[in-house]
Design a protein around this ligand. Structure first.
Ligand SMILES: [Zn+2]
Length: 343
């Protein structure tokens, strides 16, 4: 699959030029780029069914390589089992649905950069190819999401409940959405999340037909019901407590909405909560720290014949975990020493 690799590299460079990466790349994005990122290019093509294989593939790549090969659609994650994020490690990945929205998404992007976090955005595609001022604004934000190194997934054309649609209407939701992404970014997502989580075996088959990997979730912060940052933070703390007790392990895919102002307002405090917990964990012998992953690659497992098969609980490669934990501990020692203990 060397050819595919080169094509992606070229695509990445062209995209970088189109998007103007580098010209205005924020410091946070640069910093995150330089950290070791598990983005196993080519893992899916090689038929890797085990996340630890995938992780090892990326071990030797330099930051420069990462930059040139960065693919906003994480195309290597196509054709996978339904992911929910279960893992026997304290690993999280943030996902944001329903945007972009001009009055909330740009502020969230700034917070993500400040905290060096890369997320996956499940985007509603209607209007990207439109001529209205709002459509152009949303398209510009979509380009910005990609330029900052986040992953873009599909969330249908107009946020329809797919289980209520005929087969052809479901297919139209997918193909119209793909055309809109093509128009703005020159490519289409391979990750997909059904609005309202409304899916069944029939929808799974139609989605799989187009090569998508569906991304479910196992962690939220109550942001659909919440109306304030305080409520989100409270729900986040309760979610983390539940993750700690979960029989399938603490790992998770976090579902939030970048269209909710209270999510944007709560995000810095949510990150602070993780840091505070890490300061406590640092004091406990043998405890892993919370690790916010840049993409969903560790959760990817190649799909077999069963389009509704869910990914197994992830067991990560021990050496990979040890490397990341060593870095997290160094960082944590620095900020835990300088911050006032939470009281
Ligand atoms: Zn949605």
């Amino acid at each position: 699959m060397r050819g595919g690799r080169r094509e992606r590299a070229v695509f990445g460079v062209v995209l970088a030029i189109v998007l103007g990466v580098g010209a205005g790349a924020p410091a946070g994005a640069q910093r995150a780029l330089l950290t070791a990122i598990a983005r196993p290019m080519g893992a899916a093509e090689a038929g890797a069914s085990d996340a630890s294989d995938a992780v090892e593939e990326s071990g030797g790549s330099s930051a420069e390589e990462e930059a040139s090969e960065r693919d906003p659609f994480a195309s290597s994650l196509a054709g996978g089992r339904l992911m929910r994020g279960f893992a026997r490690h304290r690993v999280l990945h943030f996902t944001f649905d329903d945007g972009p929205r001009p009055d909330t998404t740009p502020r969230l992007l700034a917070h993500l950069d400040e905290h060096g976090v890369k997320a996956t955005f499940f985007v509603v595609a209607r209007g990207f190819d439109g001529r209205h001022r709002m459509d152009r604004r949303r398209a510009a934000i979509l380009r910005d999401i990609a330029a900052r190194g986040h992953t873009i997934g599909a969330h249908t054309f107009d946020h329809s409940r797919l289980t209520a649609l005929e087969d052809d209407a479901v297919r139209a939701q997918l193909t119209r959405s793909e055309a809109a992404f093509e128009a703005v970014l020159g490519g289409r997502p391979v990750l997909f999340r059904a609005p309202y989580g409304a899916r069944d075996a029939r929808v799974d088959a139609l989605v799989a037909e187009r090569g998508y990997t569906q991304v479910l979730w196992n962690t939220t912060a109550g942001d659909v019901r919440a109306r304030s940052a305080e409520e989100v933070l409270e729900a986040w703390r309760a979610s983390l407590d539940r993750r700690e007790r979960h029989p399938r392990g603490p790992g998770g895919v976090v579902l939030l909405h970048d269209t909710k102002p209270w999510v944007v307002n709560a995000f810095p405090a949510m990150m602070k909560e993780l840091r505070t917990r890490n300061c406590a964990l640092l004091e406990q012998e043998g405890e892993e720290l919370w690790d916010v992953l840049d993409d969903l690659s560790v959760f990817h497992q190649a799909r077999g014949a069963d389009v509704s098969a869910r990914a197994r609980t992830v067991e990560l490669d021990a050496e990979w975990v040890a490397r990341r934990q060593a870095r997290l501990r160094r960082e944590a020692r620095a900020y835990c020493a300088s911050s006032v203990p939470a009281g």
